[in-house]
Design a protein around this ligand. Structure first.
Ligand code: MAN
Ligand code: CA
Ligand code: CA
Length: 241
């Protein structure tokens, strides 16, 4: 049907063409000619321009799970723990003895400390004074601090050391010897009986009411004296005996 109408149209147009070509020539009208009446078909034109970009496609399928990542950084340190319990007491160490002792021109140094004029060493003992004086109770108490003891000679060498220290200070010292417990029976502070003594002649005499302590004269000789006398105290830093 369409085909038939098209041929009829072609036929009509060719008749009109036939008529026009016999009467006049066709005017050239640029871009107005929509129909080529006869002749061979022309060659194909150049490809048209690229079309516009299409719409965005749909999301692809979910990919495979990736490999495990590296471990993360360490976290901040935790709070301080509680204090532990006290450990067991360790074994008793060896006795300290004295530090390095040197003597030059009669001056004694222990660990570089010069004892003159406050102290002297005799064997393992160190006798040392602060140059202070007090009654018997005060002297005992001060010397007992920090593990010391009021000096109490066990032999003539120790007595001479105490005598020398007292001479340097021009004072008379107490000894850690008394007869407080039993009149006439002198003992060391630890209760030990006297194995060595150096009494002056006619001493002890317990004169002046009561004399239960001992002082050392500049000669080194002993005299029993009142507990309330104020005398130099010398401390023994070494072994007691
Ligand atoms: C003083 C005191 C006494 C001592 C006599 C010795 O009286 O020191 O302790 O016995 O002198 O004469
Ligand atoms: Ca006495
Ligand atoms: Ca006396």
């Amino acid at each position: 049907m369409h085909f038939h109408a098209f041929h009829i149209l072609l036929l009509g147009m060719s008749l009109v063409q036939e008529y026009n070509s016999s009467q006049c020539t066709c005017e050239e009208k640029t871009n107005t000619c929509t129909f080529i009446p006869c002749g061979m078909p022309g060659s194909n034109g150049l490809p048209g321009r690229d079309g516009k970009e299409g719409p965005k496609g749909e999301n692809g399928e979910l990919g495979l799970r990736g490999a495990q990542g590296l471990p993360g950084k360490a976290g901040p340190s935790g709070p301080k723990g509680e204090k532990g319990s006290v450990g067991e007491r360790g074994p008793t160490g060896p006795s300290g003895g004295q530090g390095k002792q040197t003597s030059l021109f009669g001056l004694t140094r222990i660990d570089g400390v010069l004892l003159f004029p406050n102290g002297m060493t005799v064997g393992e003992k160190i006798f040392k004074t602060e140059g202070s004086e007090g009654n018997f109770e005060t002297s005992k108490a001060v010397c007992s601090q920090a593990g010391g003891l009021l000096a109490s000679p066990r032999n003539s060498a120790e007595n001479s050391a105490i005598q020398q220290i007292a001479a340097w200070h021009k004072k008379m010292p107490f000894l850690g010897i008394n007869d407080i417990q039993t009149e006439g029976t002198f003992k060391h502070l630890n209760g030990e009986a006297l194995g060595y003594s150096n009494w002056a002649s006619n001493e002890p005499n317990n004169s002046e009411g009561i004399e239960d302590c001992v002082e050392v004269h500049s000669s080194g000789k002993w005299n029993d004296k009142s507990l309330y006398s104020c005398l130099l105290y010398v401390k023994n830093y070494g072994p007691i005996k």
